[in-house]
Design a binder for this molecule. Sequence first.
Ligand code: TPW
Ligand code: MG
Length: 566
Amino acid sequence: MNLTERLLHALARRGATEVFGLPGDFALALFREIERSAILPLYTLSHEPAVGFAADAAARGRGGLGVAAVTYGAGAFNLVNAVAVSYAERVPLVLLSGAPAAHEAASGYRLHHQAKTLDTQWRVFEELTVDRARLDDARTAPALIARVLDSALRESLPVYLEIPRDMPQRPCDEVPDSAAAAEPDAQALAACADELLQRLRAAQRPLLMVGVEVRRYALEAKVAELARRLAIPVVTTFMGRGLLTGHDIALRGTYIGLAGCPELADEVERSDALLLLGAIVSDTNFAVSSRRIDLRLAIQALGGQVVMGHHVYPDLPLARLVDALLERVPPGRAPPTTGLVPPSSDATPAPSNTTPQTCDATSPTAASLVPSADDTAAIVPSDIAGAVNRLMQRHGVIPLACDVGDCLFTAMDIEPTALIAPGYYATMGYGVPAGLGLQAATGRRPLVLVGDGAFQMTGWELGNARRYGWDPIVLVFNNASWEMLRAFEPDARFNDLDTWDYASMAAGMGGDGHLVRSVAELERTLAQAWATRGRFQLLDIRLAPGARSPTLTRFVEAVRRLSTGH
Ligand code: TPW
Ligand code: MG
């Protein structure tokens, strides 16, 4: 077998199920071998950012590695932002880039696609990946491939493989299987788990907040079990929305500080033992709060380390921590009525409110399960949430791919379901390619939520859906505006967009477009889109001018209040 075949088998054994790509001359041999060997299907898209977003979403949606293959320079530099979102949000994305062969590099000419030096690309991605290798020697390639791919999975971060264009067909030995992960120090693990439980027991208001690493490391079932045994309230981060759904656990909701439900925010911010499992502590997740969370009282497990108070336990993978906690809290030892406090304990009484009750961002009308009485009314974002909720009530949960803008805040009013979105790094243009990546990797038909501004960036990628048999349902929040920015800059004209006729563009890209102007049309068209399989369905939803979701409204008010100090 050759180097490409060995590489593809190694990727497949680590959970990759497809390659997304866009070729160029430095990557032609690589693409030729990917196609010829047919070890993994190859899906080409129209622009590299979408290649990266699709691969990122594929990894998020199914677990395991996501794979993006591009050419040197012009191709790879176009992926910088996509690799950045993977890094920021801890996604194991593998970037395969073609490159000049050694003899070309030695020719003395400047090579096309060369920006500064031939190593500039490597150095750019050094900043955005956790491990890298240049596969310029077939003898060393197997060990390098194994090391780099295993780094991606272990750290749940992107990696970079550079493949000179004379290498893809070179005969190559098999790539070794993943080495068993180094065992963490057993004493450190035990000390950490004991201290952690001790802190929860001593607390009056312990609370568990779950974040994206729980999904990245496939720990949802175990964390759900841990939550049941600990019998403490559970919330998700903004980014972790959708976690633990389908695991028979009563979630209190999603913490978004002042932008969300006030009671829930209060509970999180007053917790005297906030256990953050795999939660990225970012400004979007945490800073918009009236009373900043006191991280000194929190227990943070992220990125392979656990921090509580002044104690730092390095090199403790989340999976091992969860196992150690489960070993120490057997089922039935912590009944919900007494919390964590054993009957004989003289510790402070357990929190009384351990019977979880959902407290979400949802305003009373927002996610309504009955359609609005006024059918002809102009559409506001919460009508979209309501319509999606009713669709899911009829047909079961549907995975969501979501862009940045008010569509993401509106998603907080949609019943929790698998949600893929760049909730922290917040890059626009993610939603449509992510929907394609999600359907490619999981076979499930997604709903894509996207603003008109974001659609203008990557909406064209829908033109690739027909040939691969993907049929996402795309809800374009068409407000002729960069509305989220307008919320902060109300008087500027630069946030105006023209009203594009997205509905009529769909046919040219191989899908069905629907113009949606009233609540009644929304209800009817969504049902019709759901019933039509085999072609993507685009709903061009004309929003009432200036309409915003309740969460965005609260978010903007909160930011304004915090920045002006009252
Ligand atoms: C790649 C900055 C954040 S939100 C926003 C911009 C320009 C407006 C989004 O408009 P859209 O949605 O999609 O119509 P809505 O609901 O606000 O009307 N460039 C990139 N990413 C980001 N986040 C920005 C700019 C931004
Ligand atoms: Mg808009």
